[in-house]
Design a protein around this ligand. Structure first.
Ligand SMILES: *[C@@H]1O[C@H](CO)[C@@H](O)[C@H](O)[C@H]1NC(C)=O
Ligand SMILES: *[C@@H]1O[C@H](CO)[C@@H](O)[C@H](O)[C@H]1NC(C)=O
Ligand SMILES: *[C@@H]1O[C@H](CO)[C@@H](O)[C@H](O)[C@H]1NC(C)=O
Ligand SMILES: *[C@@H]1O[C@H](CO)[C@@H](O)[C@H](O)[C@H]1NC(C)=O
Ligand SMILES: *[C@@H]1O[C@H](CO)[C@@H](O)[C@H](O)[C@H]1NC(C)=O
Length: 309
């Protein structure tokens, strides 16, 4: 225990100012702000007037300076004018992190923070710029009248990202396609990449092809898939239209038939109804006639009786 204390004591006495920076590169999204971290444990009784700090890019472009208790920006590199900010309230605790506004591709590189309070020290922070790519878009050539056994060239495009990506083609079983693949990554005038990859495949009855784009910095994957069905797509358009036509005709026929049937049914119903009505009338007539003779006969009987009487 005492050995450890002694070691720590010796260590702190012997070392110059110990600067802390991240080991991994700092990722700056293109156009956004980024903080480049750098801090030290200030000596006791430390005053800002004793502090000199400098941020430089690749050791010669001056990014930001702070000496004698104030910012010194006369020698600031034009690329960084109005784009850098220290955190003033953090300085007294040894936090000399720098905020960089509106990250540009040209900012990518190694930033060095220098500090002098009694002793000097410096440390490097690597800034890695990244820009996400557009969602990949797939094209087939040829895209029509495909039959199993046909050779199809598939093209995958993705745009406006940074830096270069890793692009992989996969079939429906998740196997990487490595043969007959050509990938080109070309930077535009702004330095952003346009990635174009083609793969030539021999079509089977049906398969799904996927273009996967791995962003090495953002560590994300974007993808697009296409399912190519040889038989389905080889179905000639004329046959399709003929089939559609036939279907429409059939449907028309069915509708016509249904109408005719309905009409016929209605007619039969009406006829039946009409017949039923006649029968009723006839029945009533019969009833009447059947009653009348009864009445008549009774009347006749009466009459007869009266006559007889
Ligand atoms: C750092 O400064 C201390 C005094 O504050 C001194 O004892 C030490 O030797 C210095 N270290 C270096 C590496 O200059
Ligand atoms: C920096 O900002 C000031 C004030 O907003 C402005 O006047 C100046 O033109 C800016 N300089 C640059 C190089 O953008
Ligand atoms: C330094 O200051 C920045 C801005 O306030 C903060 O994000 C960061 O965590 C600070 N670093 C340390 C080590 O305190
Ligand atoms: C496909 O390729 C990618 C990138 O080269 C690799 O990371 C992955 O493991 C491969 N997958 C298979 C199934 O081989
Ligand atoms: C790659 O292309 C060659 C020549 O066109 C062809 O013989 C071969 O079958 C193709 N490979 C695959 C996996 O399609």
């Amino acid at each position: 225990m005492s050995a450890l204390c002694l070691f720590l004591l010796l260590h702190s006495v012997a070392s110059a100012i110990e600067l802390h920076v991240p080991d991994a590169p700092v990722i700056g999204l293109l156009g956004e702000d980024v903080v480049l971290p750098c801090w030290f444990s200030p000596p006791t009784g430390f005053s800002l007037r004793e502090l000199s700090l400098f941020w430089k890019l690749t050791t010669f472009q001056q990014v930001h300076a702070f000496t004698l208790g104030q910012e010194q920006l006369e020698n600031q590199d034009p690329d960084f004018i109005n784009r850098t900010l220290l955190f003033p309230e953090e300085l007294s605790v040894g936090n000399m992190s720098l905020r960089l506004r509106g990250v540009r591709l040209s900012d990518e590189g190694i930033f060095t923070c220098f500090v002098n309070v009694e002793n000097s020290s410096s440390a490097a922070v690597r800034l890695q710029v990244a820009a996400p790519f557009s969602k990949p878009v797939l094209h087939l050539e040829p895209s029509e009248s495909l039959k199993p056994g046909d050779k199809v060239t598939m093209t995958c495009h993705t745009y406006h990202g940074y830096p270069e990506v890793e692009l992989v083609w996969q079939d429906g079983r998740g196997h990487n396609l490595t043969e007959n693949v050509t990938t080109a990554q070309v930077a535009n005038e702004k330095g952003l990449f346009h990635v174009q990859s083609t793969v030539v495949v021999t079509l089977e009855t049906s398969d799904t092809y996927t273009c996967l784009v791995y962003h090495p910095v953002l560590r994300d994957v974007t993808q697009s898939s296409v399912t190519v069905t040889g038989q389905h797509l080889s179905f000639p358009p004329i046959a399709l239209w003929v089939t559609v036509g036939l279907c429409v005709c059939l449907l028309g026929l069915l509708v016509a038939l249904a109408c005719v049937c309905r009409k016929q049914l209605k007619q039969t119903c009406e006829e039946e109804q009409a017949e039923a009505g006649d029968e009723e009338v006839e029945e009533n007539g019969e009833l009447k006639t059947a009653m009348q003779p009864l009445k008549a006969s009774s009347a006749g009987d009466d009459d007869n009786t009266s006559f007889i009487e």
